[in-house]
Design a protein around this ligand. Structure first.
Ligand SMILES: Nc1nc2c(ncn2[C@@H]2O[C@H](COP(=O)(O)OP(=O)(O)OP(=O)(O)O)[C@@H](O)[C@H]2O)c(=O)[nH]1
Ligand SMILES: [Mg+2]
Length: 312
C-alpha cells in the first residue's frame, strides 16, 4: 500500500497559502536534501500562481555532498527555478537567502514596499529553524516531529522584510510510491500513517546499494551483499539486542533503530535519490496513476444512465 498523509490541517494550510500568496513576493520551498525529488510539492507552482520561487535544499549537513551538487545542478538547469543548499542552523549561509530574494524580486525593499517571503515545505524539513536562524531569535516553534507549526505566522526580519512560516504540507495523493517511503523515513509523515517495519525494509533495500559500507560500519555487520532486506534488518536487531526471546528478533524495535539512526545521520551522509532515479520513479508512478484514473472514469461512465453500452 502506498503511503498517503493529508490530514485536515494540511487542507487548511493549502487554502491559507492560496489566499496569502496574493500578497507575497517570493516563495521559498524548503526541500529535504536527502530526498530533493520526493520532498518537492508537485502542486506548489500552481498553488502559488507561479510567483518567483527559490528551492532550498535544507539539512545539507545530513546529505551526500556529491548528490546535493547533482540536485542543485538539476534544479538550476530548469527554467525559472533557482536552488541553493543550506544547513538551516548556520547563520552565514542562511543570509544568502535574503540576497537571493532581493534578486528574485528586485523592485521590493524599503518601508513602502517591504519584501514579503513565504516559506513552505513538507513537515519537519526545517522551516521554523530557518526562520529562527535568520532572525537570530526563537520566535518560531521548532521540534523533531512532523506537525510542530500549526498555524501560519508572520515574522519580521527587518522593517522592510517579512517572512511567513507555514505548517508543513504534503499533497493529497503521493503518486510516487518510493516518495512515500522516503518521506516517511525522513520524518515528514505522521507516525500513525505508516508501518515502521515496511519503511525500514524499503530504506535498507535502498541503502544496500550505494551505502552498504555505511550500514555495515554503523551496525558492525559482516558484508551484507546478497542479504535480503529482512536479513539485514534482523542482523541490525541482533547487534542492538532487539530480541523477543528464543533468539527471535524484535523487528519493530530493529526498524525503529534503523529509522532513528538514519534521521540523525548516524550512518553518515546519505541521500536517498538521484535526479535520474527520481525521474524513473516518477514516470512509473505517473503511468500507474493514469491507469487508476482511466479505471475510475470507466467505472463512473458505467454508473451513468445508459452508460457502458454503445448507443445503437
Ligand atoms: N541536521 C539538521 N537538522 C535540522 C536542520 N534544520 C532543521 N533541523 C531539525 O529538524 C527538526 C525540524 O525542524 P523544524 O524547524 O521544527 O521543522 P518545520 O519544517 O518547521 O516542521 P513543521 O512545523 O512540523 O512542519 C528539528 O529537530 C530541527 O532541529 C538542518 O539544516 N540540519
Ligand atoms: Mg515549523
Amino acid at each position: 500500500m502506498a503511503i498517503q498523509w493529508f490530514p485536515g490541517h494540511m487542507h487548511l494550510t493549502q487554502k491559507a497559502i492560496a489566499e496569502r500568496v496574493k500578497d507575497i513576493d517570493v516563495v521559498i520551498e524548503l526541500l529535504d536534501a536527502r530526498l530533493p525529488g520526493s520532498s518537492a510539492n508537485p502542486m506548489l507552482a500552481d498553488l502559488t500562481g507561479h510567483k518567483p520561487g527559490l528551492k532550498v535544499l535544507n539539512k545539507q549537513d545530513l546529505a551526500d555532498p556529491e548528490r546535493t551538487a547533482l540536485w542543485l545542478a538539476h534544479y538550476n538547469a530548469q527554467p525559472a527555478t533557482r536552488a541553493i543548499g543550506l544547513d538551516a542552523s548556520q547563520t552565514t549561509p542562511a543570509r544568502q537567502l535574503i540576497d537571493a530574494c532581493h534578486q528574485l524580486s528586485p523592485l521590493r525593499g524599503g518601508m513602502a514596499k517591504p519584501m514579503r517571503v513565504l516559506i513552505c515545505g513538507i513537515p519537519n524539513v526545517g522551516k521554523s529553524t530557518l526562520i529562527n536562524t535568520l532572525t537570530g531569535t526563537r520566535k518560531a516553534k521548532t521540534g523533531d516531529e512532523a506537525g510542530i507549526t500549526k498555524l501560519e505566522q508572520r515574522i519580521t526580519l527587518a522593517d522592510d522584510f517579512y517572512l511567513w512560516d507555514t505548517p508543513g504540507m504534503l499533497w493529497p495523493r503521493i503518486i510516487v510510491a518510493k516518495s512515500g517511503y522516503n518521506l516517511a523515513a525522513s520524518g515528514a509523515i505522521g507516525r500513525n500513517a505508516f508501518d515502521e517495519e515496511e519503511v525500514a525494509l524499503e530504506l535498507l533495500n535502498y541503502l544496500k546499494g550505494p551505502y552498504a559500507g555505511l550500514v555495515e560500519a554503523r551496525f558492525k555487520l559482516d558484508p551484507i551483499e546478497g542479504f535480503s532486506d529482512e536479513e539485514v534488518l534482523e542482523a541490525v536487531g541482533r547487534k542492538r539486542g532487539a530480541l523477543l526471546g528464543k533468539g527471535r528478533v524484535n523487528l519493530q524495535k530493529a526498524a525503529e533503530v534503523v529509522m532513528h539512526e538514519f534521521r540523525n545521520g548516524n550512518m553518515g551522509r546519505i541521500t536517498l535519490e538521484t535526479p535520474e532515479e527520481y525521474a524513473q520513479w516518477r514516470a512509473a508512478g505517473e503511468l500507474i496513476d493514469a491507469e487508476r484514473r482511466a479505471k475510475k472514469e470507466a467505472r463512473a461512465q458505467k454508473r451513468r444512465p445508459g452508460g457502458g453500452r454503445d448507443p445503437e
